[in-house]
Design a protein. Structure first.
Length: 270
């Protein structure tokens, strides 16, 4: 199921933009999962750059909820090609109306300074009871391609959380594919710290939330079919919005990617 939605149809059309078409996962809510659209944008943009260029950052805005029953058209604008960096603007449309807009930057392999924030000390995935698999409650995909094991939450009220994640089926070695799937995974749990920091859960009657934007920076290569630790925090909630950040680590502590997302968050009477 994961690879099916990432196999976009190249329509062969190109005027000022390259055009691709894709489908969506079935979800009981009837809305398209945001991480799916982000990952499809990465795949579409990657199809227009020269070999050896891999995505290193993406910044985008969710404009409207997507409809599961409609195909998604991806229009890629080749806005810049340099010796080391290439940048693409990608718009996702349904019925001619944009539902997501973003810019993705690609870079060739390069050397340079190297440092990272250390990974937190937490129980490993094998130390967590598989019966605590939270993937089903993270997102209501009827057949979830992601296996997820949440680490017991701290009692400090900070909202910080950490979850082990991986793709359930082995993937090919293509680095661009693993980065696209990482983008898919990055939207799974990132909203929750804004709620937890305020002692709120999704079960509050009348709660309304929606992703406003999303950013991801890929730092180092890692396989997404092996366990990755996703650490999420919320620096601030205010004005009907919540800010959330995330970091992906490998089991041996390498920082793979960083993420950020702001959400609309409204509670009745607040």
């Amino acid at each position: 199921m994961m690879l099916k939605v990432l196999r976009l149809e190249d329509t062969g059309a190109r005027t000022s933009e390259d055009i691709f078409v894709g489908g969506s996962h079935p979800i009981p809510t009837g809305r398209v999962y945001g991480g799916q659209v982000v990952s499809q944008c990465v795949v579409a943009a990657a199809a227009t750059v020269t070999e050896g260029h891999i995505p290193h950052s993406m910044h985008g805005y969710f404009l409207r909820p997507g409809d599961l029953n409609l195909p998604i058209t991806f229009a890629v604008d080749r806005i810049h090609d340099g010796r080391s960096f290439s940048r693409r603007r990608v718009q996702a449309y349904q019925n001619g109306t944009p539902i997501f807009s973003g810019i993705i930057s690609f870079q060739t392999d390069d050397s340079g300074l190297d440092h990272q924030m250390p990974a937190p000390r937490v129980p490993g995935p094998d130390d967590i009871d598989p019966s605590d698999d939270m993937a089903g409650s993270f997102f209501l995909l009827r057949s979830n391609p992601i296996e997820a094991r949440r680490i017991p939450l701290p009692a400090d009220g900070s909202g910080t959380q950490a979850t082990w994640m991986r793709v359930r089926e082995p993937l090919a070695d293509d680095p661009a594919l693993h980065r696209a799937v990482l983008a898919y995974m990055s939207d799974f749990s990132i909203q929750e710290p804004s709620l937890r920091a305020n002692g709120v859960t999704w079960r509050v009657p009348g709660i309304k939330s929606a992703s406003l934007d999303h950013a991801i920076w890929w730092h180092r290569f890692a396989r997404v079919d092996e366990w990755l630790l996703y650490v999420n925090e919320s620096p601030s909630t205010q004005g009907g919005r919540g800010m959330n950040t995330g970091r992906f680590y490998t089991q041996d502590g390498a920082l793979v990617a960083s993420t950020a997302q702001e959400i609309m968050l409204r509670l009745p009477g607040v």
